[in-house]
Design a protein. Structure first.
Lengths: 413, 270
């Protein structure tokens, strides 16, 4: 019975995803999903922007489907960086039930005790998750997280502006021929990861020495870099403003659809494989409802709809089985095993290392001119003294003026 | 006037949303994450001197250029007929109706390598010039965004200067230059100082302009603070310390402005 259903879904999807998403999601165990119906429960979901199928282009409206199936209301909000989520949780006052941070942030949250352990009895659909994503290095015992999407980092280039013999390695980003035509990430982990990889070190720096060498390499590259950007890469690469940019594979596919001149490769030295995972923070109010939502996200039909909408790669074998071959056969989204074998995942750095990475990043982005360390304290002191002098002298003058104003006869105009 | 009750809501508002946050910033700046007293973070700010100097320099340049653009314009507007003045002021305000990010984003499209200016110059075989991702582009963004803040105070003070004063000066033998320096400028000093502050203070602490028009390759002090709070290392103490340094700088600007404002009143008394 299940097979027939799945085949039906596969045919629907294969026949073009333009079918209206009115048909409710077919789930195996309806009783599991309907047990909170009518209790007026609600969950707060905090996800990346544009990171869930919303009913457009014929995909499912996942949030609405979930609400209709379970009767649980979903308050859906979005964020744009991992650090933003972290800061929000650390500041307190947040009450999210579901978060979707990236690998290294999951690890950091686990270390700092910010996440709830998941009850995998409530997550029967975990069986669909591919073995290679079980016990990932950011969650070694696989107690806190369920993978949502994954992808690799590679180099997107404009075939009209880049010579073919220059391709193949991270060296392309240091090629002086493309001066001011190179874009880099505006986040430290990705940039330092690339520099470390080019030096032959692990992408997660192990000691300050490696970090320092990577910093020197990036400083050497800085004159060649047009700008440090994130999502602006879409506009810049599609519009031909820049020739070369490292970015995420899923986004590369999107860009190549808009500009056929663009090409993509994964450097031979190896690259980063990132995973965005679903977790429940300790501030969650409705843990069981949240687990139900996570389980719903792993329903093959739902996962297939989400991943088709997002354009990243899916760890869900059930979803991959029902998706069209054009998507699952795309070597950019689902690279060969030998490429995967050379990838590294982010791990959580120690607090000291995190500070060192941030300091190095600031140093990279600061101007090179040298000023004395004492300039700021001295300037502050001068500023304070000047402010006080000005205010005191004014008060003094005012008092003097008032005194004279009393003594002098009123002036005639 | 005797009773202070009507001011109570504002006083409460100010205590909760101005005084307490300021105290918190100061507290964070002089403590470590465990809450112990330390001046490490303040002294660490010294490492970022180049960033601070660059921010101050760019903000100062944009203030001066804004003043040079706004002064003649404000004078010109203030000499028009009243209904014309209203239209002009509205035109000055018009860009402010649009979202700040959108306005800056528009400049990206204009300055880009395949942007409007370079495409236009390309017609004559010039360029492409490197316009975006330069300090000049950042200054341009600051001027464009904050120019209304310079024009408005200047305009409002200039409308109060009657034509008769200028005519009197001319009657008494002042040439145009003397009218400007001996009559107009002294009378408009409060407007100038308010305008300079209104441009300088937001420019020195801006963080998105430098990222969008400066390419993110050269941080300004605002970017640095943002990085401490929303960045990888999450270091609010250092962020607070940098803010504190910035606040001292702005305090000085404010004192200087007040000084000018007061002198003006003083002169009028005499």
């Amino acid at each position: 019975m299940k097979k027939i259903l799945m085949m039906g879904a596969a045919i629907c999807l294969a026949l073009g995803l333009s079918l209206p998403a009115l048909a409710a999601v077919q789930v195996e165990d309806e009783a599991y999903y309907t047990r909170f119906k009518g209790q007026g429960k609600s969950i707060n979901v905090h996800n990346w922007g544009e990171y869930i199928a919303d009913g457009s282009d014929g995909y499912l409206d996942v949030v609405k489907e979930f609400e209709e199936l379970t009767g649980i209301k979903v308050n859906y909000t979005t964020f744009s960086t991992n650090e933003e989520v972290y800061a929000r949780l650390r500041n307190g006052g947040a009450n999210y039930d579901i978060l979707v941070p990236s690998d290294y942030m999951v690890a950091r949250m686990i270390r700092e005790g910010m996440l709830e352990k998941l009850d995998f009895d409530n997550l029967p659909n975990f069986k669909y998750i591919d073995e290679s994503f079980h016990n990932p290095n950011f969650d070694p015992t696989n107690e806190y997280s369920v993978p949502y999407t994954w992808g690799t980092v590679g180099i997107i280039y404009n075939t009209m502006m880049v010579d073919e013999q220059d391709l193949g390695s991270w060296d392309l980003l240091w090629n002086a021929k493309y001066m001011k035509n190179i874009l880099m990430f505006a986040n430290p982990r990705d940039d330092f990861g690339i520099a470390l990889k080019r030096l032959g070190y692990p992408m997660n720096p192990e000691n300050p020495q490696q970090l320092q060498e990577a910093l020197e390499l990036l400083k050497e590259q800085k004159p060649l870099v047009q700008a440090y950007v994130m999502d602006e890469i879409f506009d810049k690469m599609i519009g031909g403003e820049a020739a070369i940019a490292p970015y995420y594979a899923g986004d590369a596919i999107t860009m190549m659809q808009d500009n056929p001149d663009l090409g993509y490769f994964v450097p031979e030295e190896g690259t980063n494989r990132f995973v965005d995972a679903v977790v429940i923070p300790t501030c969650a109010q409705e843990k069981e409802c949240a687990e139900m939502f996570i389980n719903f996200l792993m329903e093959p039909e739902v996962a297939a709809s989400n991943i088709s909408y997002i354009g990243y790669s899916s760890p869900n074998n059930g979803a991959l089985a029902i998706m069209p071959k054009e998507i699952t056969g795309n070597k950019i989204a689902y690279p060969d095993d030998e490429v995967i074998a050379k990838t590294e995942g982010w791990i959580d750095l120690s607090p000291e290392m995190n500070l060192a990475v941030d300091a190095a990043w600031t140093e990279l982005l600061s101007t090179d001119e040298q000023y004395s360390r004492w300039l700021i304290p001295i300037m502050m002191l001068v500023c304070i003294i000047m402010s006080i002098t000005i205010n005191v002298s004014r008060a003094y003058r005012k008092r003097r003026d008032r005194k004279y104003a009393d003594q002098l006869p009123p002036r005639t105009r | 006037m005797k009773t202070k009750t009507p001011a109570l809501p504002y006083v409460l508002w100010m205590i909760i949303f101005t005084v307490i946050p300021l105290a918190l910033v100061a507290f964070y700046a002089i403590t470590d994450p465990q809450g112990h007293f330390t001046i490490d973070y303040i002294s660490q700010v010294g490492e970022y001197t180049p960033v601070l100097v660059r921010s101050i320099w760019l903000a100062a340049v944009s203030s001066v250029i804004s003043l040079l653009i706004a002064y003649p314009l404000a004078f010109w507007i203030s000499r028009r007929a009243w209904n014309h003045q209203r239209t002009m002021v509205m035109l000055v305000m018009l860009p402010m109706w649009m979202n700040f990010l959108l306005r800056t984003y528009a400049w990206m499209t204009i300055l880009e390598k395949n942007g409007l200016i370079n495409r236009f110059l390309g017609l004559f075989g010039i360029g492409p010039l490197e316009l975006i991702y330069t300090p000049g582009a950042v200054v341009l963004g600051m001027i464009y965004n904050y120019l209304p803040a310079m024009i408005l105070p200047l305009y409002s003070i200039m409308t109060k200067i009657p034509n008769s004063i200028i005519e009197a000066a001319q009657d008494l033998g002042c040439n145009t230059w003397d009218v400007l320096w001996k009559v107009l400028v002294p009378l408009t000093v409060p407007g100038i100082s308010t305008g300079v502050i209104m441009v300088f203070v937001p420019s020195v602490s801006t963080f998105i302009i430098s990222r969008m028009l400066g390419g993110g390759g050269n941080l300004l002090i605002g970017d640095l603070i943002e990085l401490q709070f929303l960045g990888n290392a999450y270091n609010p103490n250092l962020g607070a310390a940098i803010s504190l340094v910035l606040m001292v700088l702005i305090l000085l600007c404010m004192s200087v402005t007040n000084q000018f404002g007061d002198e003006e009143k003083g002169e009028m008394l005499k």
